[in-house]
Design a protein around this ligand. Structure first.
Ligand code: ADP
Ligand code: MG
Length: 140
């Protein structure tokens, strides 16, 4: 296993309910180190660019509207196998299918308002991290 970095976003449904600290505690308990973090309010266009890969999906408009509806916390997590590990800590996209103890099982409201984003692989993580952070902001 290699040390990797992954892009995480604490979504508006979670920032609205003041869950940033509770979610960060899950990452840290799993051995993921938060090496960069900032709270920002995305525009619809910025959310649309980030989720461009889903542009053809029926939920794309709703997703961009949701992601720009309130502040998010964007963060870079570092650790062994960080991309797969974070996906485990997050749980399945649909909270109804998420395993016990996962962030989405405990906190998500629905398949759309599911509290966190996580990169799906190291290659996508590199692109997603560069979308939000400069190299100078990554303090590993
Ligand atoms: P994940 O976030 O688990 O990687 P996807 O990449 O498939 O999931 O989808 C990106 C995001 O789009 C999801 O986290 C969720 O917010 C939203 N989404 C996915 N599927 C649906 C759906 N069927 N209805 C509404 N929103 C959805
Ligand atoms: Mg995804």
């Amino acid at each position: 296993m290699a040390i990797e970095r992954t892009l995480s976003i604490i979504k508006p449904d979670a920032t609205n309910r003041n869950l940033t600290g509770a979610i960060n505690a899950k990452f840290e308990a799993a051995g993921l180190r938060i090496i960069a973090q900032k709270r920002i309010h995305l525009t619809d266009a910025q959310a649309g660019k980030f989720y461009e890969v889903h542009a053809a999906r029926p939920f794309y408009g709703e997703l961009c509207e949701f992601m720009s509806s309130a502040p998010v916390v964007v963060q870079v997590l570092e650790g062994e196998d960080a991309n797969a590990k974070n996906r485990e800590v997050m749980g399945a996209t649909n909270p109804a299918e998420a395993a016990e103890g996962t962030i989405r099982k405990e906190f998500a409201l629905s398949i759309g308002e599911n509290s966190v984003h996580g990169s799906d692989a190291p290659e996508t993580a590199a692109v997603e991290i560069a979308y939000f952070f400069s190299g100078l902001e990554l303090v590993g």
